[in-house]
Design a protein around this ligand. Sequence first.
Ligand SMILES: *Cc1c(COP(=O)(O)O)cnc(C)c1O
Length: 497
Amino acid sequence: MTDISRYLVNPELTIREALQKLDANRGEILLVIGSDGRMLRTLSDGDIRRALLDNAELSDGLTVLPDKQPWTISLDDQIDEAFVLMQENGIECVPQVDGHGRPVRLLRRRDFEETVWLSSPHMGKDELRYVHEAFETNWIAPLGPNVDAFEREIAAEVGVEHAAALSSGTAALHLALVTTGVGKGDIVFCPDFTFVATVNPVLYQGATPVLIDSEPNSWNMSADALERALHEYATRDVLPKAIIIANIYGQQAEMDAIMPVAEQFSVPVIEDAAESLGASYKGRASGSFGACGVFSFNGNKIITTSGGGMLVSEDGELIQRARFLSTQAKETAPYYLHHDLGYNYRMSNVLAGIGRGQLSVLHDRVARRREINDEYRAAFADLPGISWMKDPQHSLSTHWLSVMLVDGHKFGASTDGLINYLQGLGIEARRAWRPMHMQPLFEGTDLYAHLPNDVPCSRRHFESGVCLPSGTNMTDGQLARTIDAVLSCREKIAVGA
Ligand SMILES: *Cc1c(COP(=O)(O)O)cnc(C)c1O
């Protein structure tokens, strides 16, 4: 939560001190509270202007201001009532107070007037400085000091030795496959429940994906299904060239179950950590478990460069090779010489500058996403038919997206019913990933379910999963509005509204 305390002042403050505090809060508003924490009044720029025109002095205490009954709503009120008060009285902010009259959050006009997005870019303070530096030194392209520094900083953050900054997470996955030696006709085991970009590069290489279902706890690759698949393929003498795992919605896959199985068959693991930068598993950073790991800085990810990716590995040669392939595989020679098929996949120095600024606020972003998830879980704890991904002690999820499972019968509205209802209120929610085995693109692809002869877990997660707004630039008011909308959905839909 945005700390409400930065709006609170006691009546002993002087007008000058109040103006300074208002200035620090970008002139929004102050809440004057008594010694018992109860709210006495709101205080705006306009209130002070009128007091000064009325001959008050800057050194006077706030007690000289005339009394003003504040417009507030209580915790029991629908959040929308704050907006009604704003409209009726032409005011910009309405505090919400608890049963003792103590302010708990400040609601603003824009909390109601702006769309609540699923996960939109959230810039920090330093991005523009790095971008300016790039402009001032004309390091626009190719590469440059921001790229080198961003690679070092990501490697340090994740605790691996080497990193290559690339144009997208998809490009990083593609080069992960190329440098692992995946080629035409090879088999690659892939997660079934993921975004299509995890699996597409397998097709780029002319290789064949085999889909492995999720397990019900982490929603990520089932070690049981993986083991069964490896045994079967080993019997046919066609082991996969690689196993790609994905860490969906910011949650690490169950590495203690997966890695021993992969090691038993000596198949390298490629970790698609596009959604899990900042997560950890038993104290170890997400993205650092496989032979190589992939991050994405696409616009909707926890941090963004507007578009970009990173390949990380302990293997310096692999990263060196990826850098070489990402810049057209141009050999060192006095003319243009190419032995290998290369790509144009490198990250620009301007975008790496954005990435450096974003990386410096990663931990704040993780904390806020987790807080948003906590708020949803607490608010919907008594709703029938709602359940969540497990949040085990040994795993620190970033909760990049907060995704809940909705049992339509118990809840009283289907996933699509809820999503459409929220959309009508200017709140963006989305379905969970549609599994790869349900994509026409992968029709006929071999699939190993978590429990043999059972419906794949991935299908259940798809059928009942709803991704809720999870962006870190969502205001407290917008979060409260989203929560209220979900809470009100059942009765509204039941009466056909
Ligand atoms: C976003 C994402 C990607 C692709 O990353 P881009 O940078 O958009 O190419 C790959 N895998 C997963 C799981 C993702 O969520």
